[in-house]
Ligand binder design. Structure first.
Ligand SMILES: Nc1ncnc2c1ncn2[C@@H]1O[C@H](COP(=O)(O)OP(=O)(O)O)[C@@H](O)[C@H]1O
Ligand SMILES: [Mg+2]
Length: 246
């Protein structure tokens, strides 16, 4: 990582519970975490430990009970309505665990949505969407509806949609779960390109150990807490493991 790296996501003492009374569960327990420009930060931990909840807090889609979430210096915990929506649309590309594609639109139209929200003209948006689909190996499928595609292909459409407007922060929840090694490598190389371009960062929730070598830092989460963060050397170009390690 170069010396210009600075903190772009600053999570401070974040608390979140769901439910009421006896059913109340404390899902985020005083979480502190930061993400810096130039890096791929991976968040790992057992199912149910709070990873998706934490990502939603960072993406500004979840209202937290306490603490602070600052993204590019903006206090998301204090923002709401149009200001929050506009901020998110411009700064954050989010790849959801379920791909959230719109079934009635072609995949190029799906990918063009973040551009249209920002006022890009229809023609330009579709052109950029097709280029983004090209970058994930789906350039020739642009006219098709999502349901004509496999799970892995739909996942790549969701990735193209999260990257098309070049948001400075890209957040992904299990982005490679449905991908084979070849497509996984394409996608991780894209994320690495994002992380290495100026003033951008990537946060990935994963339990896919085939991709760990791409992480600049790995944060381990357990039972609502970050229990360990470690830095990884990136002297050797990372690679997608074809066999899952044990
Ligand atoms: N909207 C919600 N309402 C109630 N409980 C929730 C909600 N979202 C998540 N949870 C609970 O919070 C815990 C953490 O969930 P999640 O953040 O999805 O974990 P992970 O992504 O690490 O598997 C789980 O027990 C889950 O059932
Ligand atoms: Mg999850």
């Amino acid at each position: 990582m170069n010396g210009d790296s600075h903190i772009v996501v600053d999570v401070r003492a974040v608390e979140k519970s769901f439910g009421e009374g006896q059913n109340r569960i404390h899902v985020l327990k005083h979480v502190n975490l930061e993400a810096r420009t130039g890096e791929i930060l991976m968040l790992v931990g057992p199912s149910g430990c709070g990873k998706t909840t934490l990502l939603s807090a960072i993406a500004g889609t979840l209202k937290i009970d306490g603490g602070e979430v600052n993204v590019f210096g903006q206090p998301l915990h204090d923002m709401s309505g149009g200001a929050l929506t506009r901020f998110r649309a411009k700064h954050i590309g989010f790849i959801f665990q379920q791909f959230n594609l719109i079934p009635t639109l072609s995949i190029a139209e799906n990918v063009s949505v973040p551009l249209l929200i920002q006022g890009v003209s229809n023609g330009t948006a579709i052109k950029k969407a097709r280029a983004a689909l090209e970058s994930v190996g789906l350039g020739n499928r642009w006219k098709e509806r999502p349901n004509k595609l496999s799970g892995g292909q739909q996942q790549r459409v969701a990735i193209a949609r999260a990257l098309v407007h070049e948001p400075p922060l890209v957040i992904c929840d299990e982005p490679t779960a449905a991908l084979d090694a070849q497509n996984g490598e394409i996608v991780l190389d894209l994320f690495r390109g994002v992380a290495r371009s100026p003033d951008r960062a990537v946060i990935i929730v994963t339990h896919d150990n085939r991709i760990f070598s791409y992480a600049d830092r790995i944060a381990k989460m357990d039972d609502g807490e970050i229990i360990e963060v470690h830095e990884q050397s990136q002297d050797v170009k990372p690679h997608f493991e074809h066999e899952a390690a044990h």
